[in-house]
Ligand binder design. Structure first.
Ligand code: NDP
Length: 251
């Protein structure tokens, strides 16, 4: 099994990207929404606590990629890449679930299991790529410095936007129109920030594996942002007309 995995590593990642593209096309054309958060529907099978669900979904990512990649030891570049990854997933799997004000809400177990599986596959591809293929590299290479900047700008947009949404829920249950910062331009700046982060990661450590992660994030979050945007416009008559879904002035 592991022999097959390593021999067909590139081919498997290409299949993984193709699956992401098919998912994207399906989500766009079917207008189907991943049924969690505001898009949750009745009869979605077994439900579990929302915060616990987030922890289960994201925890494999926190562990798998750093553990695999750090076997490529004595390589400061690998340490840097694993650190960036760990930073993101420490927030997403530990801090974010403790902070969201949706503790009484539930999430369908099938959403949790599909994201859990995604994080295992994605962690394996990225971790093994770094373990097997990344040589010692000067940390001040142009692409690394710019990529790190892009990564942190994305992280800043993602976290400040998530913070804004979390604080809205503190004021009252239900949904409000978010205002200020990047919400002036788009309905889902948290998703935009997440996509920018993984673009930065791809720039720091370009590979088919990091490309697949950037693409999958876009394939997943662009349709969801479009659905959120339509939902806001249906729910709030006074929703800002010039606000876009995810890409300022464009989409
Ligand atoms: P949402 O923007 O849908 O929700 C974030 C949190 O804010 C939820 O707790 C939500 O509550 C609450 N919220 C959202 N909008 C409002 C509002 N207008 N008023 C009050 N509360 C609101 O994000 P997701 O839950 O889909 O994602 C959370 C994070 O995970 C994001 O940072 C995202 O980028 C990341 N993510 C990354 C993915 C990837 O592929 N890399 C995939 C999915 C998420 P409720 O749950 O009740 O709607």
């Amino acid at each position: 099994m592991s022999h097959f995995f390593f021999q067909n590593f590139r081919f498997l990642i290409l299949c993984w990207i193709a699956l992401g593209l098919i998912t994207f096309i399906y989500l766009i054309y079917s207008k189907k929404k991943a049924p969690y958060g505001r898009h949750i529907k009745k009869n979605r099978g077994i439900l579990i606590n929302n915060s616990l669900g987030w922890f289960i979904m994201e925890f494999p990512a926190l562990i798998i990629m750093p553990v695999l990649s750090l076997q490529n030891d004595n390589n400061p570049f690998v340490l840097l890449i694993a650190f960036f990854w760990f930073l993101h997933y420490f927030n997403r799997s530990i801090i974010f679930p403790m902070r969201i004000n949706t503790k009484k809400k539930k999430i369908p177990i099938f959403i949790v299991l599909s994201a859990f599986t995604f994080n295992i596959v994605n962690g394996l591809f990225n971790g093994y790529h770094i373990y097997l293929n990344v040589p010692e590299t000067n940390l001040f290479e142009f692409n690394i410095v710019i990529g790190a900047l892009v990564f942190f700008i994305g992280m800043l947009i993602n976290i400040t936007s998530d913070n804004k949404l979390i604080s809205l829920r503190k004021e009252k249950m239900g949904y409000k129109i978010p205002q200020g910062k990047m919400f002036k331009y788009v309905s889902c700046p948290n998703y935009l920030g997440e996509i920018i982060e993984w673009l930065g990661f791809f720039m720091i450590a370009p590979s088919l594996a990091s490309l697949s992660f950037f693409l999958w994030t876009s394939f997943n979050l662009i349709p969801r942002a479009i659905n959120h945007h339509k939902w806001y416009n249906r729910k709030f008559k006074n929703y800002p007309k010039n606000r876009k879904a995810i890409i300022p002035f464009f989409l």
